[in-house]
Write a protein that binds this ligand. Structure first.
Ligand code: FAD
Length: 380
């Protein structure tokens, strides 16, 4: 058991930290003005050699590890910026296509996801459900060499950006109603696709999430990803990886909460001395530190399973159940430390607090994750 990061891991951390310090303020300023991601965002990530992290070099990737990806997410999490969500989406969708795709699909779809010319999307959620594949109402009907897609997808991130999305649909050519969810790789510029405006959320400022309407969208049969009717398994594995990256970014957010709180407490005077000298704050910071460190270790342990090729779906569900309330609590303590200033948008902890609140409901909710862990326990 080795708890140390290698020199190469530390280099990734350092590079990501420097990138965040140099680029994120500029990107966030552009996002605040446009209420959207900058159109050249993916090129910025590509130039910084951050896309296609885990994809082999022959398909345009970096051939790096999931651990390195997670270390990068931790650094991005410290910024409180939402600008890295498209980066994670490109990395995780590329990894999914690499895992399930055939050789033609890998050659066609991976290079644009790695060089920043395509924005990736995952489209599962619909107005009727974000958790239950048997409730999907977007249909895929065979027609010669194509499938014709009709329906609506809800809360889809980066849906209206050019590139590819993995769309999960009710496949009308599958007879078993419990095994009829098929995953399709869809060109998001296809005729018949339209989009709503952006949703405004409590946190994740200026993130681009909208509804997608599909009207007779024709997708070639060769774009079916993995086995027909088994799309939900693909979604579950994608979400499992996403949960680890999300947990890592939350740990980064928690660390930023602690750093900001200690800085504030050292400067803010109470009773003629810095607030930091009051014992109540020692205890608060100690508690924050212990929570962050426990979560960080669990993130590294879970990503090690992924890198070793072990099953990690259940562990990653448990990871998110553990990390989410821990980091939300750390964010609450940071806000409390700052007093009313913490409630003001002038201070970074306000943004970090709002950001921390999304994790229990997005990309598999706490209840669904507990169900995954509980069922695995009882079936073992
Ligand atoms: C910022 C943001 C970005 C998003 N991006 C995407 C995206 O890119 N792609 C995408 O497909 N979706 C996306 N979503 C949607 C999100 O993943 C879903 O909203 C989420 O999975 C929950 O689905 P739901 O809201 O339909 O809740 P429901 O599935 O309707 O669940 C409602 C409540 O019931 C609970 N529940 C549901 N089933 C069970 C059960 N069996 N046992 C116990 N409790 C249960 C849930 O935990 C939840 O608390 C995004 C959402 C947000 C807010």
């Amino acid at each position: 058991m080795d708890f140390k990061l290698s020199a190469a891991n530390k280099m990734i951390q350092k590079t990501a930290k420097e990138f965040c310090e140099r680029e994120i303020p500029k990107i966030d300023a552009a996002m605040a003005e446009a209420h959207d991601y900058p159109s050249d965002l993916m090129q910025t990530f590509a130039k910084a050699r951050m896309l296609g992290m885990t994809i082999p070099k022959e398909y345009g990737g970096l051939g790096s590890s999931n651990l390195n990806c997670v270390l990068m997410c931790e650094e991005f999490g410290k910024t409180g910026s939402t600008s890295f969500l498209p980066l994670i989406m490109n990395i995780s969708v590329a990894e999914t296509i690499h895992h399930y795709g055939n050789e033609e699909q890998k050659k066609k779809f991976l290079p644009p996801l790695c060089d920043g010319t395509a924005w990736a999307t995952t489209a599962f959620t619909e107005p009727a459900t974000g958790s239950d594949p048997t409730m999907l109402q977007t249909t895929a009907e065979p027609d010669g060499d194509f499938f014709v897609l009709n329906g609506a997808k809800r809360f889809i991130s980066m849906a209206n950006k050019p590139g590819y999305g993995i769309f999960y649909c009710k496949d009308l050519s599958c007879t078993d109603p419990r095994k009829n969810c098929t995953a399709f790789i869809v060109d998001k510029t296809s005729p018949g696709m339209t989009f709503s405006g952006h949703y405004e959320f409590m946190g994740l400022d200026n993130a681009d999430t909208c509804d997608v309407f599909l009207k007779d969208v024709r997708v070639p049969k060769e774009n079916i990803l993995g086995v027909q009717g088994k799309g939900f398994n693909i979604l579950l594995r994608w979400i499992a990886g996403e949960r680890i990256q999300q947990a890592a970014s939350m740990v980064g957010g928690g660390q930023a909460c602690l750093d900001e709180s200690m800085k504030y407490a050292k400067e803010r005077q109470v009773g003629g001395q810095p607030m930091a000298y009051m014992q109540g704050f020692y205890w608060m910071f100690a508690e924050m530190k212990m929570k962050i460190e426990a979560c960080r270790m669990l993130v590294y342990k879970t990503v090690a399973l992924q890198d070793e090729g072990e099953r990690f779906e259940v562990d990653s569900a448990g990871l998110k159940v553990f990390v989410t309330p821990m980091m939300q609590d750390v964010a609450r303590m940071a806000l409390q430390t700052h007093g009313s200033y913490g409630y003001s948008k002038e201070y970074k902890v306000e943004k970090l607090f709002r950001m921390a609140m999304h994790a229990g409901v997005v990309a598999s909710s706490t209840e669904i994750n507990k169900t995954i862990v509980g069922m695995a326990l009882l079936m073992s």
